[in-house]
Design a binder for this molecule. Structure first.
Ligand SMILES: [Zn+2]
Length: 225
């Protein structure tokens, strides 16, 4: 007897087939990992090479403190599986010679854009003439809520380390304004203050500063306000 199916059976099989294929698509799409772009943190250690930045009374160069903390910060963030680029990783200006300040700053922005930064984090050390002001201050790109949020997270962590609350401050700085992404400048302390000066050369303190910045960045990516 030939194998035949009634029209009802054909319809039932067709319905089952459609349902099965819908389920198959759903299951397979669940197996495809959701797009999870890894954040790209561009760390920009201020100055470098022919540009020492601020110089402490003991002959300490700002550029060296910025670099030390930036390198520790890069290691900490990479340990958390973030993609990290540094505009410089040694004692040189990021821009090709001859050195010119404005061109060097623009080159840092160019690198950040080339690397498709998610956030841009400059590291600097402060100075001021009265020699009485101390502690870290986080500056953020003016009129950027995301930059403020990033700065607030880092400020909170630095305040815990420093024992005093210093609120983030808006600033119009070329590298921050032109970065095109949430951008901050962490001034890690004052080279002109005796206590800061002595702490900023201490590798343990440098690591604590880098840890505070790293925690703030991670909290920002986790959506903390
Ligand atoms: Zn500086």
């Amino acid at each position: 007897m030939p194998f035949t199916l009634s029209w009802r059976t054909w319809i039932a099989l067709a319905v089952v087939g459609v349902v099965a294929s819908i389920l198959a698509v759903r299951i397979s799409s669940n197996l495809i990992p959701a797009a999870s772009p890894v954040p790209v943190v561009v760390i920009d250690p201020g100055h470098g090479g022919p540009d020492p930045g601020a110089i402490g009374s003991n002959g300490l160069y700002e550029k060296n403190i910025n670099l030390s903390i930036a390198l520790i910060l890069a290691t900490l963030l990479r340990q958390k599986q973030l993609t990290v680029y540094l505009t410089r990783s040694g004692d040189q200006a990021p821009s090709p010679p001859p050195f010119q300040t404005l061109r060097d700053l623009r080159h840092r922005v160019l690198l950040s854009r080339r690397w498709r930064a998610t956030v841009f984090v400059s590291i600097h050390t402060n100075s001021e003439p009265t020699r009485t002001v101390q502690g870290p201050i986080v500056y953020y790109r003016s009129n950027s809520d995301a930059s403020l949020s990033l700065a607030a997270n880092i400020s909170r962590e630095l305040s815990q380390l420093n024992g005093r609350v210093t609120l983030p401050r808006p600033i119009r700085q070329l590298v921050l304004t032109e970065a095109g992404v949430p951008a901050i400048n962490v001034e890690v302390g004052f080279l002109t203050h005796p206590l800061d000066q002595s702490r900023l050369v201490n590798s343990t303190y440098q690591t604590q500063i880098a840890q505070a910045i790293s925690l703030g960045i991670l909290q920002y990516f986790h959506g903390d306000p």
